[in-house]
Design a protein around this ligand. Structure first.
Ligand code: ATP
Ligand code: MG
Length: 355
């Protein structure tokens, strides 16, 4: 029995989580599975109740679960808090406590939504199905940093640091997921300038020898940023560092044209994972029933695939989402069509999952 800690969070978080759970329960039914699902306070909700965004009770639950499903945190109510008291600090603490060093962000363009993409139609002939695998717990965001006063003004620095073992483990994740996809990894770095990138490239090259069936190529990050716009269908898995991945995954996601559709997974080697939509708590639409629950529903699909190895069930959800869109159903953010509210969209996906 898989144990799932659910953190609904703030704003539209609880609204989209409700729909994600609906779909999870439909899968439970269909495949005669039993999930142990419990909700815990997190983010602003936890600050209101306990004064901290990531309470001990929530932490213990997350650390003893097979997967964590998160809505979104934060909002204007908590914007004036500082440091560890902020909802967003809870998010960093959550990721850190789980030790999830691999961030997976698919950028998938569902064909009924082609009109929403900023790319010209001919570039999307072969569709768009990219998975960015970003190193999440090392690199320049965690290296030595500082600001010192000098004769004129200040000097500030941040340092990109990677060691072999960190690169090896993220590379293994990228090659493993590539095996289940089009078997192509593009490793992105800046090895013409940076020592850390040269180590990155050499290490990825070594790991690739264990995966003879996966094609590996290397690309400089500036070229990759360009190629994503020029010829996006050349990519399958993009493997890259923390900062490059931050930037490239946002770029890739925008090619799909809709923030409300994009899920994410953060993993470590033992399959325990944190799953969340990439969007925030969207306080501007909270309570209006306009939130698109599909990013969360697709995050549930990622959870089934990556943490539980329930590939058929995950595909059922992805197929259902595609069929719902093909039938013309849309939430407010997706443009013209048969407009559904948050709950109605969740119900519609459940209907198609049941088949
Ligand atoms: P954060 O700092 O948490 O990322 P943000 O304000 O930068 O928050 P979002 O909360 O993701 O970013 O919202 C950005 C815009 O996208 C808002 O206008 C919001 O209403 C819209 N949006 C985000 N998620 C959804 C969704 N699931 N459905 C519909 N619209 C959404
Ligand atoms: Mg944001």
């Amino acid at each position: 029995m898989f144990k799932i800690a659910v953190l609904p969070g703030d704003g539209i978080g609880p609204e989209v989580i409700e729909e994600g759970l609906k779909v999870l329960y439909a899968i439970e039914d269909k495949y005669k599975l039993k999930f142990d699902v419990k909700k815990y306070p997190f983010g602003g909700e936890a600050i209101d109740k306990y004064g901290v965004p990531y309470p001990e009770e929530t932490k213990n639950a997350c650390l003893s679960s097979d997967a964590v499903l998160l809505g979104a945190v934060g909002g204007p109510k908590w914007d004036n808090l500082e440091g560890d008291k902020r909802p967003e600090a809870g998010l960093l603490a959550l990721r850190k406590s789980l030790g999830v060093y691999a961030n997976l962000r698919p950028a998938v363009l569902y064909s009924p939504l082609k009109v929403a993409s900023p790319l010209k139609n001919e570039l999307l002939q072969e569709g768009l199905d990219i998975l960015v695998v970003r190193e999440l717990t090392g690199g320049i965001y965690f290296g030595p940093r500082g600001t010192v006063a000098i004769d004129y003004g200040f000097k500030a620095y941040d340092t990109e640091v990677y060691q072999t073992s960190e690169i090896e483990r993220i590379a293994v994740i990228a090659f493993e997921v590539a095996l289940k996809r089009k078997k192509k990894v593009t490793s992105v770095d800046k090895a013409n300038i940076l020592d850390s990138s040269r180590l990155w490239r050499k290490t990825v090259e070594e790991i690739s020898k264990r995966y003879p069936d996966v094609e590996l190529n290397h690309m400089y990050v500036d070229n990759c940023a360009m190629q994503l716009i020029k010829n996006p269908s050349q990519f399958d898995v993009i493997l890259t560092s923390n900062m490059f991945g931050d930037i490239l995954s946002d770029e890739a996601s925008q090619l799909t044209g809709s923030i409300g559709m994009l899920p994410s997974a953060s993993l470590r080697e033992d399959k325990v994972g944190l799953y969340e939509p990439i969007h925030g708590s969207a306080p501007d639409i909270a309570g209006t029933k306009k939130a698109n629950p599909l990013a969360t529903i697709l995050s549930v699909a990622m959870m089934l695939e990556y943490s539980f190895d329930l590939i058929d069930a995950a595909n059922d959800i992805k197929d259902a989402v595609n069929k719902v869109l093909e039938a013309g159903y849309r939430t407010f953010d997706l443009g013209k069509g048969i407009i559904l509210n948050t709950q109605e969209m969740g119900d519609k996906v459940v209907e198609y999952v049941k088949g």
